[in-house]
Write a protein that binds this ligand. Structure first.
Ligand SMILES: NC(=O)c1ccc[n+]([C@@H]2O[C@H](COP(=O)([O-])OP(=O)(O)OC[C@H]3O[C@@H](n4cnc5c(N)ncnc54)[C@H](OP(=O)(O)O)[C@@H]3O)[C@@H](O)[C@H]2O)c1
Length: 332
């Protein structure tokens, strides 16, 4: 018998900041699983800033979302019915079939998850954002004890993991975020100095927080933050170019930092990446990060919207700082 599922589709391509009217919710019938297939009911889904890039109709490292089609993204669900010996009802599985309540998938499209931590952690600190933080910080940042690390977007899913990993590596951490409440949480998990980028002069405030300059910049934001980081960088600083959320909704290309020439004189290493570039570090990530999470050495926050119909709202809130830690949608 068919299962009813609601799903969120892209109704129109956003121009500038996305709006609720760019999305629509539809109800569909999900057929029974065929041979080798599994029926899954989603429990949690992720909304992520990179999804904004998939709303443009342009070639990128992931294909664009299509108008009238359900969106996609990371999701954690429970197996309801399985026609594959590797999965049984009740199994917790991870997939890329988010933005919908239920789906049928070939067994090969699912990854069985261990119990032991709250399942939504596999969308955050033990999922793609945690892996992004852990892998790029080590591979590109090449951290040493005593380094000063500046993290923008520091109270988000990736940023808050970076701050805590940097502390575990013996670094001094300067974090910027958009509210005092977010900064208070970052202090409570060990961050040394904080900057509210919405108050006062960003350069003056970062200079005061990092008077001797910075050795590593973890960039989640781009724009003014990148310009400030170039200004305060020490010679041979490493810039981990993770994301530039401040310009994702720009209608025209944003001007670059005015002080880019520091890259030469200060011999800065600046490298962008996509988390999949570091797939070879997956086992190391699960072992070390998993241990830190189990031992309480890495803490995480989450901000939760309920119901698939509120997934667009959760997504839009990423661009106004509505989340502390991982932005999630609870389904079911
Ligand atoms: N390269 C990769 O493979 C990869 C993988 C995952 C994520 N990323 C990137 O990493 C960054 C963080 O992702 P996330 O999933 O952890 O998101 P997140 O930080 O949990 O959520 C987005 C946060 O960005 C901040 N923000 C929004 N607009 C801003 C603006 N104009 N200026 C400054 N801050 C702004 C907001 O916090 P405030 O209150 O502080 O403004 C918001 O809470 C994003 O740029 C994302 O695209 C890259």
């Amino acid at each position: 018998m068919a299962t009813k599922s609601r799903e969120v589709r892209l109704k129109s391509r956003p121009v500038g900041l996305p709006e609720a009217s760019n999305f629509e919710v539809a109800t569909v019938d999900i057929p029974d699983p065929g041979p080798g297939e599994v029926l899954v009911r989603n429990e949690w889904m992720s909304v992520d800033p990179y999804m904004r890039g998939r709303m443009y109709d342009r070639p990128s490292y992931v294909p664009p979302f299509q108008i009238g089609e359900p969106l996609q993204g990371g999701a954690i669900g429970t197996v309801v019915k399985s026609n594959d010996p590797k999965f049984a009802p009740g199994d917790l599985v991870e997939s890329f079939n988010g933005w919908r309540e239920a789906y049928v998938s070939p067994a090969s499209g699912l990854n069985k998850l261990p119990a032991g931590v709250p399942p939504q952690a596999y969308l955050g600190v033990l999922g793609m954002p945690g892996m992004t933080a852990y892998t790029s910080f080590h591979r590109i940042g090449e951290p040493k004890a005593g380094d000063v690390v500046f993290v923008s977007g520091a109270a988000g899913a990736v940023g808050s993991a970076v701050c805590q990993i940097a502390k575990l590596r013996g670094c001094t951490v300067v974090a910027s975020a958009g509210t005092d409440e977010k900064l208070a949480w970052l202090k409570s998990v060990g961050v040394d100095a904080t900057v509210n980028y919405k108050k006062g002069n960003l350069l003056d405030n970062v200079r005061a927080a990092a008077p001797k300059g910075i050795d590593i910049y973890f960039d989640n934001v781009g724009g003014d933050h990148l310009e400030v980081a170039l200004e305060v960088a020490r010679p041979f600083a490493r810039f981990i170019e993770c994301g530039m959320i401040s310009i994702y909704n720009d209608k025209e290309p944003a001007p670059g930092p005015r002080n880019m020439s520091y890259v030469v004189g200060k011999r800065i290493k600046m490298q962008g990446f996509i988390v999949s570039d570091f797939a070879d570090m997956r086992d190391q990530f699960y072992t070390e990060m998993g241990g830190w999470v189990r031992d309480g050495k890495i803490k995480w926050e989450e901000t939760v919207e309920n119901g698939v119909e509120n997934a667009p709202k959760a997504f839009l809130n990423l661009f106004s700082g509505g989340n502390t830690g991982k932005m999630l949608v609870k389904l079911g």
